[in-house]
Each structure stands twice: as C-alpha cells, then as structure tokens.
Write a protein that binds this ligand. Structure first.
Ligand SMILES: C[S@@+](CC[C@H](N)C(=O)[O-])C[C@H]1O[C@@H](n2cnc3c(N)ncnc32)[C@H](O)[C@@H]1O
Length: 206
C-alpha cells in the first residue's frame, strides 16, 4: 500500500510562512469548524481550564492560539520556524496571555509547569525520532495529572506513522484515549495521577 511521506524540513516552513500558501498548508488537513468542535469536546472533559497553562507545540501562524488562549490562563506557542513565530505574534497581538517561542525542543520550558500540551498537524511532518523526542519532552514539562492532546500519524497511512507497538512504547507512561480514529490518531494522554481529568469519560488503553 502506498504511504504518504509528508516529513519536511525546517526551511520549507520558514519559506512557506512568507507566502500566502501558508494558509493552504495549515488548513488543508482540518477545517476551522471541525477543529473547533474537536477542541470544544476535549475542553469539556477538562476541569478548571481557566487556570491552565497550555503549550501549543508546532504553533504555526497561531490559529490555535486565537481559539484556545481565551479559554486558559496562559498560552505558550512553540515552533521551530522563526517566520511562523513572527506571524503568530502579529496575528495574536490582541491576546495578552500569549507567548510565542522559536525552538526545536522543549528544554526552554520549565519541568512540570504545563497543564495541557496540544500538538496539531505537526507530528505528521516529523520523523519518528523527532516524535519520540517530543513525546518524552512533553512528559517532562507536564504537571502530574496534565493532559497531552496529540495528533499522531497512523502507521497504515504514513511512512513516519507509529505502529501500535511503537505508540504503546512511547506513550507507556500515560493513560491514553484515542478520540478520533481517522488517518491520524487523535489522542488524549494523561500523565498520572488522573485527578484533573474526568476519567469517567475515558478508558485506559494499554
Ligand atoms: C501544518 S503546520 C500546523 C500549525 C498549527 N499546529 C496549526 O494546526 O495551526 C505545522 C507546523 O509545525 C511546525 N513544525 C514542524 N516540525 C517541527 C518541529 N520539529 N519542531 C517544532 N515545530 C515544528 C512547522 O514550522 C509548522 O508551523
């Protein structure tokens, strides 16, 4: 079966952010309506999001910031493409609780300081090694009970997709729930203990 190969290098994102094609590149995978519905349903499972620190990994031009920053105490967007970060700052300049950082790793974030990590349409463009590194770093920056909302490329469809064995190995320390079984796995993963999350609505899938 033919598998998609969407892994691209930093220069691609740096260059595309300077053109109008950036909107096509970012909105191609998911419509605004579907995105907002999905995140509304995720947020409805989380307690006390108004006091949460949220990290958006691979924040791009900051479309997610526009939608989620008003729902949380502090929003931090991280992206390795400087031109994306510049666009995100400009696009969200009306939101005072946002901060954008240009980085290809999460060592700039204090350990156990984040309540929610989101990553949307990013891992499909990362190698397995990059995905692995980020999953480990996300675990470190999350507070106990923190939540990782991730879109993971599926093995069946992508060259860089995770097999179930790899997924289970990488997400072993989390409690996982797959929320949308499309060509990407949308997952909610909770760093134990599960006290901040409405566990009634989830199940442990390990
Ligand atoms: C398709 S865009 C998605 C942007 C945003 N998550 C959204 O859904 O609106 C992918 C973004 O991920 C960033 N990115 C890709 N690989 C990355 C990496 N290894 N580290 C940090 N950012 C990365 C790109 O620069 C780009 O801004």
């Amino acid at each position: 079966m033919l598998k998609y190969q969407f892994v691209v290098h930093k220069k691609y994102w740096e260059d595309i952010a300077l053109t109008d094609k950036v909107y096509q590149a970012i909105y191609a995978g998911i419509t605004k309506e579907r995105f907002e519905n999905e995140f509304d349903s995720i947020f409805s499972n989380l307690d006390n999001t108004q006091n949460a620190v949220l990290l958006d990994l691979g924040c791009g031009i900051g479309r997610i910031a526009k939608f989620v920053a008003p729902k949380v105490k502090k929003y931090i967007g991280v992206d390795f493409a400087y031109t994306m970060v510049e666009k995100a700052i400009e696009y969200n300049k009306d939101l005072s609780n946002t901060e954008f950082v240009c980085s290809d790793n999460l060592s700039i974030i204090e350990k156990e300081s984040v309540d929610i990590v989101l990553t949307e349409q990013v891992f499909i463009h990362c190698t397995k090694e990059q995905q692995q590194k980020y999953i480990e770093e996300v675990y470190q920056v999350l507070k106990p009970g923190g939540v990782f909302v991730s879109a993971i490329p599926k093995f069946e469809h992508y060259e860089n997709g995770l097999t179930y064995e790899e997924f289970n190995k990488l997400f072993f320390n989390f409690y996982n729930k797959i929320i949308l079984n499309s060509i990407q796995l949308h997952t909610i993963s909770i760093k134990p203990p599960i006290n901040k999350f409405n566990y009634e609505k989830t199940q442990k899938e390990k």
